[in-house]
Design a protein around this ligand. Sequence first.
Ligand code: T3D
Length: 244
Amino acid sequence: METIQLEQRNGVGWLKWDRPEKLNALNETLLREAREAMEQLVADEAVHVIVLVGQGRAFSSGQDLTIESDADYGVYLEEVYHPLVRALADCPKPIIAGIHGVVAGAGLSLALAADVRLVARSTKFSSAFIKIGLVADAGGPYHLRRLMRPDLALAWMWSGSTIDAKQAETFGLVTELVEDEAYLERLTTYAETLAAKSPTAVQGMKALFRADSFEDGLEQEIIWQRKCGQTDVHRQAMQAFLNR
Ligand code: T3D
């Protein structure tokens, strides 16, 4: 792949945007390759956790602005962005976004599709869309109004402003704020610790937190707890308790 680096170690699949010289601006090649990379990571049984990160000094500066301005953005969204956005949303495995430097526009939307976000303290979050006369897209509005107060999310998107990581934390967009020097080590430990837990319980937990309704949640509990109850991890833990 030209614009994505894929690495795998200790149960973690690292999907790295790899256009550091453009602050990982999202061009068509990158978006298509990321979709393909997600497919590989989901299919790979040795991967229990997926981490999204950017190479170089930023997570992503958003849509590559050298795109032809007379392109049909509706078609572009449908054919290029949405397949990746859906792959992230439908992924049964946990997705962690490791965010540093800058996260802007559509890059922010992709980061919001992750299950959790570990953020380096000096990161800047840019709601840039409106500054170039566009609506927020790539699933961003959907995720934003679930993570933060909808009126604040809308006001932020209308403003086009850039906020710091502390403000993003108060907005509910940060799962864990990490000092810059410790960021990569903490991200690795977080991902590998999660990858070492029962994959059935970890994926089941994710499915339950994504249930569409109370009744759907109860149905999902039955399915997943049945599966979890049959795992060696669970049986050994029960036995260990009885033998203590
Ligand atoms: O199609 C759809 O519907 C999807 C639509 C999505 C819309 C969006 O995503 S809106 C958000 C678009 N992104 C932006 O508005 C951010 C643009 N970039 C910047 O404002 C600045 O680069 C930053 C504030 C992020 C960082 O500034 P700085 O001074 O640290 O770095 P720089 O020198 O500006 O950037 C470094 C290089 O990256 C530079 O390239 P060069 O001149 O060295 O060859 C710069 O042009 C390039 N770059 C940065 N962002 C983008 C980009 N190239 C293309 N597209 C970018 N978004």
